[in-house]
Design a protein around this ligand. Structure first.
Ligand SMILES: [Fe+2]
Length: 193
């Protein structure tokens, strides 16, 4: 990895950590972190040349850029091929995205049932953001989003998560048409104690 990229990614983690430690992970703080990530993504091809990051065989893939020590944040370069989509889901942990190139539409949802019936959930769409160069997105710990890469070029971007993907909480998937919900396995057991 280029020294400049390594330094820029480490600096991003330090600045994001300072914001989160001082202000928590509310909307205002995550908005600031998002702005930092958009700034880093704007370095685009100079810091993140395509030749350094293998494309996915299908759908998408993530490349680790920088990880905090211990049970900290993870910074990734993400690649989604045109047409890649993900159903509405809740990561359980906050996330901030910024685009280097391409476009990904994020639809945000609100759960509308009371969670009292196992496997049942209803959601309604409440917002939409297109992540494209200069335009990022931030989502809180239990926000629900669905994603789709639009246009005919891959969506290449940066993603910062409150935990590394290897130590992710259970991701909860919603199926609006079936009013169903299912939770994936948590990887928090692998978190550094
Ligand atoms: Fe997601």
């Amino acid at each position: 990895m280029s020294v400049q990229r390594e330094e820029a990614c480490a600096a991003l983690l330090r600045r994001a950590r300072a914001i989160v430690d001082e202000q928590g992970t509310g909307d205002a703080a995550l908005h600031q972190v998002k702005d930092l990530l958009v700034e880093l993504a704007n370095s685009g091809r100079t810091l993140f040349p395509e030749v350094d990051f293998a494309m996915p065989d299908a759908q998408g893939r993530n490349h680790i850029l920088a990880l905090e020590d211990g049970d900290g944040m993870g910074l990734y370069l993400t690649i989604g091929l045109p047409g890649k989509e993900a159903a509405p889901h809740d990561h359980g942990i906050w996330c901030v995205n910024a685009a280097i190139s391409g476009r990904e539409v994020h639809k945000f949802y609100r759960r509308t049932d009371d969670g009292s019936r196992d496997g049942f959930a209803t959601v309604e769409e409440i917002d939409q953001v297109t992540v494209a160069p200069g335009q990022g997105m931030a989502m809180a710990d239990h926000a629900i989003h669905a994603t789709m890469v639009t246009g005919d070029e891959p969506a290449i971007g940066l993603a910062l998560y409150g935990y590394a993907l290897a130590r992710f909480p259970s991701v909860v998937w919603f199926h609006p048409d079936l009013s169903s919900v299912r939770a994936g396995a948590s990887r928090r057991a692998e978190a550094v104690q």
